[in-house]
Write a protein of this length. Structure first.
Length: 199
């Protein structure tokens, strides 16, 4: 399953990066926004693919330890603090973008929505899924920025570390349950999007 995840995330990341260059054929405004959005999302998925590859090869037991170890080397390098902060801001930005896309329902532009109940269910899954995914990535990005500002690699974690951070908040168990359900919803929405996407 991990190797299948590696292949899937890699394919999705590369597809988004190729799509970012194809978007350069559009008008100036759409050209720039399409390039930035797809390229940034492509990089995020390739990073996730690399993390899954590390697990598949038995190189680590948690995303938190993998990310923390990588961030330690990055912070120790020249300009590493600035680069780690930039990575954190980029991941946080992607999270906020997904959150806004879900709440505004802009993802409907990407779909040829079916009519009736199927269409309404698709929109509901999309809203719930995009918001949950946006929250999770925003937390990951925020932890990267905190690690860079405090020069503490231990504060940079992967998705599992971000979810554990949510668990420590007031009503954390409830928040984590909602985010988990939202990520499942996003997975289901992705299957629907594969069928009804406007390419």
């Amino acid at each position: 399953m991990l190797w299948a995840t590696v292949v899937g995330l890699t394919a999705l990341g590369l597809w988004l990066i190729v799509s970012s260059f194809l978007s350069l054929r559009r008008g100036v405004r759409k050209r720039f926004s399409g390039f930035v959005q797809n390229f940034a999302k492509g990089l995020v998925y390739l990073v996730l693919a690399f993390t899954a590859l590390t697990f598949a090869r038995g190189g680590s037991t948690s995303a938190a330890s993998t990310t923390s170890g990588s961030d330690a080397g990055l912070l120790a390098s020249p300009g590493g603090v600035v680069l780690a902060a930039a990575i954190g801001v980029a991941i946080f930005g992607v999270g906020v973008y997904l959150l806004v896309k879900g709440l505004s329902r802009r993802f409907r532009r990407d779909l040829s929505l079916p009519h009736g109940g199927a269409g309404r269910a698709t929109v509901a899954l999309g809203v719930f899924g995009y918001v949950a995914k946006g929250v999770a990535l925003a937390v990951v990005g925020g932890l990267f920025v905190v690690a860079a500002l405090t020069v503490d690699p231990a504060k940079a974690t992967g998705l599992d570390g971000a979810l554990k951070t949510l668990l420590q908040l007031p009503f954390g168990a409830v928040i984590l349950t909602v985010v988990g359900a939202g990520l499942i919803a996003y997975g289901l929405y992705s299957f629907v999007r594969a069928r009804y996407a406007r390419l």
